[in-house]
Ligand binder design. Structure first.
Ligand code: SF4
Length: 472
């Protein structure tokens, strides 16, 4: 890709973009480069959110995704009319390569990108399969040289009993259908089908019904993307063009995976290191997820593993040094266990969080997506995002409690109507929007001025900014 100041893009690349093996070649303005990347980010984000909301692969999930992707494309084309000169295929192709640059640096970014790109390919396969009766799949197979020869009708008839015995009952009729081709595939291509016991294997060959071919495509795509992102990460350090570098950084920040990149790495508040004694006071600016962990730690004097990780890394991101973190956790835990036990069982954890033990990784605080997607809290667990994980009545109580837990007179009292509005957003799986709304009501600011919350540490910083203005 090259950059120019007008908006002309001439694609000289006619390689189909199934696996995005070759980058498009041509000219694109910096501005359009940015908009196109943003469009794909919104699509990947919609895939993630709808997966949470409806459960992946349900009809409701695919329907919601269809609608949302159409809307994202339409809204962007209305806003930037000139984008119509790029076909959807070209935008798809371009944007994939742009985001590769933005999401190759850290393991978390690569994982997020691969997982959502894989889901996007599944969505496209499902969509195209509906409208073109496997033509899309067929063309990918040809393009990827996956020329598996179908069994003849006689061969299929001969193996039918074995095929049926190796397939879930619900698929037997589909399997018997004379139009269902059975392909002879090296068994290493389909570990997932073997794991799920959905396929007949004999002498190193798997006999795969054509409706299961998607597993081969998806596996290959995942492996390829993982390899290519690692390759891109090595390449990116050689990029010198400042405009491109700033666009890459902008792409990272749009998702705020930047948080995983150290944005909320341990830092100081007002230039001074935070001490364990300050935590109670500043907890007034905590988002609901961290406040929930904080108050339960004060109540029970303990937190389970994920709670300690989520809260401990958040505090580290606020600027709590390791020595103070040890003091903070110790002060609470020794109310219910001996000092010796604390040192044996828990102080290692704290040092590990700060990169002083184990593989010495310098862990960063979790962003909202990570909290929302992370391990579901079990009994006596307090981690997670209250807007996703709390029972509705407990969520209501928590918002109410939070308006006046420690005489927080600095904050606005959230009314019952406002609480219902927040709860209703949470119930429709708009977790981060619910959190932003909560922020707006708590700080008594308009929705337009409220930040879009995507990181607990960002919530804290934005809250502190408002408090400083109010105090001065
Ligand atoms: S949306 Fe983010 S900041 Fe808000 S409660 Fe959930 S995880 Fe915490």
């Amino acid at each position: 890709m090259q950059f120019q100041n007008d908006n002309e893009f001439k694609s000289t690349n006619d390689t189909p973009n199934y696996f995005y093996k070759s980058p498009p070649s041509g000219l694109v303005s910096i501005n359009d480069f940015n908009i196109i990347a943003y469009e794909r980010l919104q699509i990947l984000y919609a895939i993630e959110i709808n997966g949470f909301r409806f459960g992946k692969y349900s009809t409701a999930y695919y329907d919601a995704l269809d609608n949302e992707i159409r809307k994202i494309r339409k809204d962007l084309t209305i806003k930037y009319v000139h984008l119509q000169k790029f076909s959807e295929d070209l935008r798809d192709h371009l944007s994939h390569f742009i985001l590769r640059l933005c999401f190759c640096k850290t393991e978390d970014q690569r994982k997020w990108f691969i997982s959502n790109e894989v889901e996007y390919l599944k969505y496209k396969l499902n969509f195209h399969d509906k409208i073109s009766n496997s033509q899309y799949m067929k063309s990918i197979m040809e393009h990827e040289n996956l020329n598996y020869i179908p069994l003849t009708l006689e061969e299929k008839e001969f193996l039918l009993k074995n095929l049926i015995n190796s397939t879930p009952k619900s698929l037997n009729n589909k399997l018997k259908d004379k139009d269902t081709d059975i392909l002879k595939v090296p068994f290493i291509e389909i570990p997932e089908l073997i794991r799920k016991r959905r396929v007949y294997i004999n002498k190193g060959w798997a006999y795969v019904p054509k409706y299961e071919l998607i597993h081969i495509i998806i596996r290959r795509f995942r492996i390829y993307l993982s390899y290519i992102l690692t390759y891109t990460r090595n390449y990116i350090s050689k990029i010198k063009d400042k405009r491109l570098l700033s666009l890459i950084e902008g792409g990272e920040q749009m998702y705020n995976g930047a948080a995983d990149n150290g944005k909320y790495q341990q830092k100081t508040i007002s230039g001074d290191n935070l001490t364990s004694n300050d935590i109670e006071k500043i907890s007034e600016s905590f988002p609901l997820c961290m406040l929930n962990l904080h108050k339960n730690l004060l109540k029970d004097h303990k937190l389970k593993h994920w709670g300690r990780m989520q809260y401990g890394l958040f505090l580290k991101g606020l600027g709590l040094p390791m020595s103070e973190a040890l003091k903070f956790w110790q002060n609470e835990f020794i109310k219910v266990i001996s000092l010796e036990n604390f040192q044996k069982q828990y102080s290692y954890n704290v040092r590990h969080m700060y990169g002083k033990e184990g593989k010495k990784a310098d862990y960063t605080p979790y962003n909202c997506i990570k909290v929302i997607m992370g391990a579901t809290p079990g009994p006596q667990d307090f981690h997670g995002c209250p807007f996703k994980h709390m029972d509705v009545s407990v969520l209501r109580q928590n918002i109410k409690y939070e308006t006046n837990p420690f005489q927080r007179s600095k904050f606005n009292k959230i009314s019952d109507t406002q609480i219902e509005e927040i709860v209703s957003l949470a119930q429709s799986s708009h977790f981060q929007i619910a959190c932003s709304r909560h922020f707006a009501y708590k700080h008594n600011i308009t929705m337009e001025k409220a930040p879009a919350i995507n990181h607990p540490n960002q919530y804290f910083e934005e809250s502190q900014k408002i408090l400083v203005v109010q105090i001065s």
